[in-house]
Design a protein around this ligand. Structure first.
Ligand code: GLN
Length: 295
């Protein structure tokens, strides 16, 4: 029997439609086919007749997707700001909304006239810091990627190698294992961060089961009663290593970002603090410009 890849994938999708759509928010037949083809390999074509290799790969794909494994972990790639980052279990999958941080950095480009030092705090796959460095090229003299988790830093290192040729040869990169700012002792002109910000108890019911089941707990959650202390430490640390006139942009939870912006204002009243919304008008980001000396 000569079956085409497309027919086999569509048949499988039809059979498992209900459970697949429960696992993968927003899934449809076209997306499923695209993911299956990308897993089989770059040369795969939906009209191709199934051969033994594509049959073997499809079987693997069906098994992993039946288990609800995120497509980014199945393919090993997560898309961010026009680039594919290497990801896998143990590192957070880049999210589209986080791209707003990159847009904010690019909007502020005129502030960065000479060489600048950039820190991506809680870097995960490295998607934020590496994207900034790929976009701003030779303006970036130093890029620090820090994370508390060694597994995450291994992915960040792989992505440094992957994007080596898109980065300026002038940019020096440092990967640092650090609990927040504890092991960082330099000064920066730009700090970007997507730290863990979901309250383990209070916000838990709004997190999709696929996220909690597969993505690293440490990259997502902060204990409810540690939340204040965690951001106090993070903010104090950031303020210490941010140069006067420097920019700090951080992603956060829609229920928490305003109180966090107020926390920053209360601690460092001379800084300019702005809350930025995502595409669905939810408060999701803080942007701080550090002005002069505080206190
Ligand atoms: N900075 C990475 C991202 O935006 C990882 C964030 C994290 O691990 N909390 O995807």
């Amino acid at each position: 029997m000569f079956e085409k890849i497309r027919e086999v994938v569509e048949q499988h999708y039809q059979q498992d439609k209900e459970s697949l759509e429960q696992c993968y928010p927003g899934l449809n037949k076209t997306i499923y086919l695209r993911e299956a083809l990308s897993f089989i390999g770059s040369k795969a074509d939906e009209h191709q007749i199934i051969d033994s290799l594509s049959e073997y790969k499809l079987k693997q794909f069906f098994e992993l997707s039946a288990d609800g494994v995120p497509f980014e972990y199945i393919s090993g790639m997560g898309h961010f700001y026009g680039r594919d980052f290497i990801v896998g279990p143990g590192v957070l999958i880049p999210r589209q909304e986080t791209e707003i941080i990159i847009e904010e950095v690019l909007l502020a480009k005129s502030r960065f006239t000479s060489t600048m030092k950039v820190l991506d705090l809680c870097t995960g796959s490295g998607c934020l810091g590496l994207t900034v460095a790929c976009e701003l090229r030779e303006i970036v003299s130093d890029l620090y990627l820090t994370d508390i988790c060694e597994e995450a830093l291994r992915y960040a290192a792989k992505n440094c190698a992957k994007f080596e040729f898109q980065l300026s040869p002038m940019t020096k990169i440092k990967l640092v294992k650090s609990n927040l700012l504890d092991s960082v002792d330099d000064k920066f002109d730009l700090i970007v961060s997507n730290p863990p910000y979901i309250k383990r108890k209070e916000h838990h019911s709004r997190v999709h089961g696929q996220v909690t089941r597969f993505e690293p707990d440490m990259a997502l959650f902060v204990d409810d009663d540690e939340y204040d202390k965690f951001f106090d430490r993070l903010f104090r640390g950031v303020s210490e290593v941010l140069r006067d006139g420097g920019l700090f942009i951080m992603e956060g939870h829609e229920d928490e970002i305003k109180p966090l912006a107020n926390k920053w204002k209360a601690s460092f009243p001379k800084d300019e603090v702005k809350v930025i919304q995502d595409l669905s008008s939810r408060d999701r980001f803080i942007r701080v410009i550090k002005e002069g000396k505080n206190g």
